[in-house]
Ligand binder design. Structure first.
Ligand code: CDP
Ligand code: CDP
Length: 230
């Protein structure tokens, strides 16, 4: 009998993690969770409520008022991030949020809050989660761990194309600076920094189309699911 496994996809910003995770989840009939959406939603809450996140007491108080939920939207065939009952899936993708999210995600209390909720979502396995610390901290016992990477210039161009569609005022330079800054903070922070799990498989998609990366990863997933059959 096939047993459901946990698949983690970690890596640098904008290298195609969520694109891959979504397609794999649809194919395997697994739940897809975008862990970055949680850090983005908390950042949005802090920005809107003018929380000084360098003040740990203020952070603690603010976190009592944050409720995050992934709500499935059948019209878009995906789960969307809800912050205190409001659908924030679209607004959390804004560069204004992206510019602060790595600072907020480096706060210990914020991470503990997010990680606890992420681990509950994986209780029944059958889940694919993408982020930075999913294979190292959230699900260290995941059956398949993928670490994604792609050349910087390619990642910048991919994210620029996405953001430009929403806002033609956005510049390539801004996007480049943001990705570089986030990658630096994410990989140098004290609490669960971005790093490749020892047992992760590297997937460099610089020269892969989304279809090609999907077929590579699906093959890996099927092998692992086969190994863990009971
Ligand atoms: O999609 P993109 O690569 O732009 O980033 P994201 O996955 O939406 O994550 C946004 C930010 O949240 C990252 O730059 C990290 O600072 C933080 N994050 C994290 O610290 N840990 C995770 N598991 C996921 C995201
Ligand atoms: O989740 P993450 O930030 O790692 O990246 P993403 O949002 O999945 O992908 C960023 C952009 O790169 C999307 O517009 C994808 O369609 C595109 N992409 C691509 O062009 N080629 C790939 N092999 C993977 C993603």
């Amino acid at each position: 009998k096939e047993r459901k496994i946990i698949i983690t996809i970690d890596g640098w910003s904008s290298c195609g993690k969520s694109t891959l995770a979504k397609e794999l989840a649809a194919e395997l009939n697994y739940i897809y969770v975008d862990s970055g959406a949680m850090y983005r939603a908390i950042t949005l809450y802090f920005l809107r409520n003018h929380i000084d996140w360098t003040d740990l007491a203020a952070v603690h108080e603010a976190m009592q008022n944050v409720e995050l939920e992934f709500v499935y939207n059948p019209a878009h065939c995906r789960s969307e991030m809800h912050l205190n009952g409001e659908n924030v899936e679209y607004v959390i993708r804004d560069l204004v949020v992206a510019e602060k999210v790595s600072d907020v995600a480096a706060i210990k209390e914020v991470r503990e809050f997010a990680v606890a909720q992420q681990q509950r979502m994986g209780n029944n396995r059958g889940i694919i989660m993408d982020g930075r610390d999913i294979g190292t901290v959230v699900f260290p016992d995941a059956e398949l761990k993928i670490f994604m990477t792609a050349d910087n210039a390619v990642r910048v161009e991919r994210r620029f194309q996405e953001l430009y569609k929403k806002n033609p005022n956005v510049t390539l330079e801004e996007v480049k600076n943001n990705l570089e800054l986030r990658d630096y903070i994410d990989s140098h922070r004290e609490v669960s920094p971005l790093r490749q799990a020892e047992d992760a498989i590297i997937l460099d998609n610089t020269n892969l189309t989304p279809e090609e990366q999907f077929h590579k990863a699906l093959k890996l997933a099927k092998e692992r699911i086969g190994q863990f059959a009971v």
